[in-house]
Design a protein around this ligand. Structure first.
Ligand code: ZN
Length: 264
């Protein structure tokens, strides 16, 4: 059977149109530019600790990130697509797919900018140096710092039982771990001031050792010299609980004083 020439041309045009339409969808938001967040920091501050998505789902949205687990059971660090749970014993355990996540921030890490940071004696000095060189204080960023750190003070929180205490009370029982001249990876995010209530304004950093065996939420640290790798994440996707404690919790309060206690 011989097809008429115009028929062949029509099929080719339809095929090209289909490819173009497909491309259009592909050229939507690049997954590396999307900051994916589960719940809000103020909900976590007010005891919304029940997980809402399994880690299997979370990891589809990022290969780097931080967060916590059902019942506030430790600190999450994700790096290179590997998710770890640092429990209150200070040990980093691999996260199982079915573990439920109440709060997390993840993204697919793509380096947009590398900043050399020298002689940051503590967290405050790091903040000052970074603030001076961030492309804008109005964007969200993901960070990754690999290197040797003179000092890191990290913490983790023990699993909480219902009725859940407020986060500020739960961290009163935190375990604190100190590392000296430790090699590892710091992972975290910068949230603009206007993001308060949603995430931690400023720098929220977690740490995991080079052997991926220990770490925690960073309370303080120092840097002699390290490359801070920055991923600008101009798109934001938030997954909120549709049932449970989130539904009735009062999210109108200004919790920044309590948050400062929790973070530092
Ligand atoms: Zn944290």
């Amino acid at each position: 059977m011989k097809l008429p020439w115009y028929y062949v041309i029509a099929v080719i045009i339809l095929f090209l149109a289909a490819v173009a339409v497909f491309d259009l969808f592909q050229d939507g938001p690049g997954e590396g530019d999307v900051l994916y967040q589960v719940s809000t920091i103020d909900a976590l501050m007010q005891s919304v600790y029940d997980g809402i998505i399994p880690n299997e789902e979370l990891k589809k949205h990022g290969d780097i990130g931080i967060g916590t687990f059902n019942g506030l059971d430790g600190e999450m660090v994700a790096v290179d697509g590997n998710y770890y749970q640092i429990k209150s014993d200070g040990v980093a355990y691999p996260v199982k797919d079915d573990m439920m996540i109440p709060f997390a921030t993840v993204t697919f890490f793509e380096i947009d900018k590398t900043i050399l940071v020298e002689d940051a004696g503590n967290f405050t000095e790091f903040t000052g140096k970074m603030d001076a060189v961030l492309p804008s204080s109005n964007l969200f960023y993901a960070f990754r710092i690999d290197g040797q750190f003179p000092y890191i003070k990290a913490r983790s929180v023990p699993k909480q039982e219902k009725p859940y205490p407020l986060l500020v009370d739960a961290v009163a029982n935190q375990s604190v771990f100190e590392f000296h001249n430790v090699t590892g990876t710091i992972v975290g995010f910068y949230t603009p001031q206007y993001g308060k209530g949603i995430n931690v304004p400023g720098y929220h950093l977690h740490f995991i050792t080079d052997d991926r065996k220990a770490g925690g939420h960073i309370l303080d640290f120092s840097i002699d010299e390290a490359d801070v790798k920055l991923d600008i994440t101009p798109e934001f996707y938030m997954e909120l609980p549709t049932d449970g404690d989130f539904i009735g919790v009062d999210l109108t309060k200004d919790l920044h004083k309590e948050l400062e206690k929790v973070e530092k």
